[in-house]
Design a protein around this ligand. Structure first.
Ligand SMILES: C[S@@+](CC[C@H](N)C(=O)[O-])C[C@H]1O[C@@H](n2cnc3c(N)ncnc32)[C@H](O)[C@@H]1O
Length: 463
């Protein structure tokens, strides 16, 4: 049923009643009123007779945005409402997909992915989907903002206000405990990491605020000033570690109620994946879901063929989560390319800690470079060409130019991991344009309770 109501403002009504037919990538429900598309927060595809308060300020003549006030008939995709997030209830922009039933979430995300592939990539596909346990308490890494009073918390969905004194239900047990009592530098950011030994690492890094905006505690000694959202890892900062579970004995300097007093060199956080231990700074990239590193390694292993005597690239490689798998597959050289200059040291250290190898550890080379500037080194290192490629770019994707450059080296098989279906669709279409076909696309519900997902796609060269 559709129904528009009263108080038109520049042609945009203040209330409508709609049926919700689809999901937007962003988690909102989509309904239609005549020729108008309505994006509805809090609505789920399949809801009917949804009364919507329209946000007139943020709507245009053709696209209206609003929030569900009441749901006439609930969608079968809805959960029973028993899962909640205290931080989201206070306005934090964290858990924005809790209306969808946990056992339907992966399927819904696969259909959102298929929709993005069709609209942006202009190809049809039905991805398979997988869940990842646990559904709540899965996040081992968090980046928090610090408010004017030095309290750390999550930002509200749209805006800069920081939600404090509320735990996000994504957080692994203990990750956010006791934050209310801690004080940090106003304007800074706080990284929390819970490692596989049950050690919590708390690092204060520069949040990009000017010194005039700061007050109170001293600046982190070794941090560099950076823009918010800048992709470089900011090193140093005030740091403390503490043991919050009985999994292992801690050699930490904490606990402390004031991490700002615990300035010191960053120790590594130990994370395990498929039984392998990777040690890396808490500020470096590591997959957020506790089960993701193992699952992704299993998928990369499953989706790539063995090419003994070949060569491989692990692009956007982090500390080399996939490099040893590529080395096993090729028994030849693997180049892991990563922009973070610490990755080489920590990647090598983690590799050297391996007790057994089915490959030569020296065959894995860590290159510190942007991927789009690594071609001459990669060509020099791989005169015989490359056979296998894993690429795992950040949310903005690799871009069509980079895909073209990889494709020019003619790898026979590629696994491309995308955490955004829109940029993923653009990049995947570029592979199709360069003579590759999709042999498998898996959507993993790796960010449960949020609208995010991970898409792991295998391509093979068309003969
Ligand atoms: C999604 S993470 C994947 C890391 C790794 N594959 C893993 O799973 O642990 C993306 C990585 O790309 C790195 N990165 C971002 N932009 C880059 C670029 N232009 N060139 C090389 N690495 C980049 C980031 O520092 C980050 O480590």
């Amino acid at each position: 049923m559709t129904h528009t109501e009263i108080h038109p403002h520049d042609g945009v009504p203040s209330h409508v009643t709609v049926d919700i037919t689809d999901f937007a990538y962003g988690g909102q429900g989509i309904g239609r009123v005549d020729n108008h598309v309505v994006f509805v927060e809090g609505a789920v595809a399949g809801d009917r007779d949804v009364a919507v308060d329209i946000d007139v300020e943020h709507s245009s003549a053709s696209l209206w945005r609003g929030e569900a006030r009441t749901i006439g008939h609930r969608s079968p995709l809805r959960g029973d409402g028993t899962i909640s997030c205290p931080a989201a209830e206070k306005g934090a922009g964290c858990c924005d997909f809790l209306e969808v039933a946990p056992d339907k979430s992966a399927e819904v995300k696969a259909s959102i992915t298929a929709d993005q592939m069709r609209r942006i990539g202009h190809f049809d596909i039905e991805p398979t989907f997988q869940t990842l346990s646990p559904y709540r308490g899965w996040r081992t890494r968090m980046r928090l903002a610090v408010d004017d009073e030095g309290r750390a918390g999550l930002r509200v969905k749209s805006g800069h206000r920081v939600v404090t004194n509320a735990v996000c239900s994504q957080a692994a047990p203990g990750l956010m405990d006791g934050l209310d009592a801690m004080r940090f530098t106003p304007g800074a950011e706080v990284i929390l990491a819970l490692d596989s030994n049950g050690i919590r690492h708390i690092v204060e890094v520069d949040g990009g605020a000017s010194s005039k905006q700061r007050s109170g505690a001293a600046r982190p000694r070794t941090s560099r000033r950076g823009r918010r959202g800048h992709s470089k890892v900011i090193e140093g900062g005030n740091y403390c570690v503490e043991r919050i579970s009985d999994n292992a004995a801690s050699t930490s300097s904490g606990p402390s109620s004031n991490p700002a007093e615990n300035s010191g060199a960053a120790e590594g956080a130990a994370h395990s994946a498929e039984g392998r231990t990777f040690v890396l700074p808490p500020t470096a990239f590591w997959q957020a879901h506790s089960g993701a590193p193992t699952r992704y390694r299993e998928l990369v292993r499953e989706l790539l063929p063995e090419v003994h005597g070949g060569a491989a690239w692990d692009l956007y490689g982090g500390i080399g989560l996939f490099a040893d798998i590529l080395a096993e597959k090729t028994r030849g050289p693997v180049d892991s390319v990563e922009i973070d200059k610490n990755a080489r040291t920590w990647g090598r250290r983690s590799l050297n800690a391996l007790a057994e190898f089915s490959f030569s550890p020296s065959s894995i080379r860590f290159l510190t470079s942007r991927v789009d500037r690594a071609w001459s080194s990669l060509r020099r290192n791989n005169k015989g060409g490359v056979d296998l490629v894993v690429l795992d770019p950040p949310r903005k994707g690799a871009g069509t130019k980079v895909i073209g450059q990889i494709a020019a080296a003619h790898p026979q098989a590629v696994v491309h991991i995308a955490c955004d279906p829109a940029t993923g669709a653009r990049d995947y279409a570029a592979w199709l344009d360069h003579g590759y076909e999709i042999s498998s696309m898996r959507v993993v519900d790796a960010f449960p309770g949020t609208h995010h997902m991970e898409i792991i796609t295998a391509f093979t060269k068309r003969s």
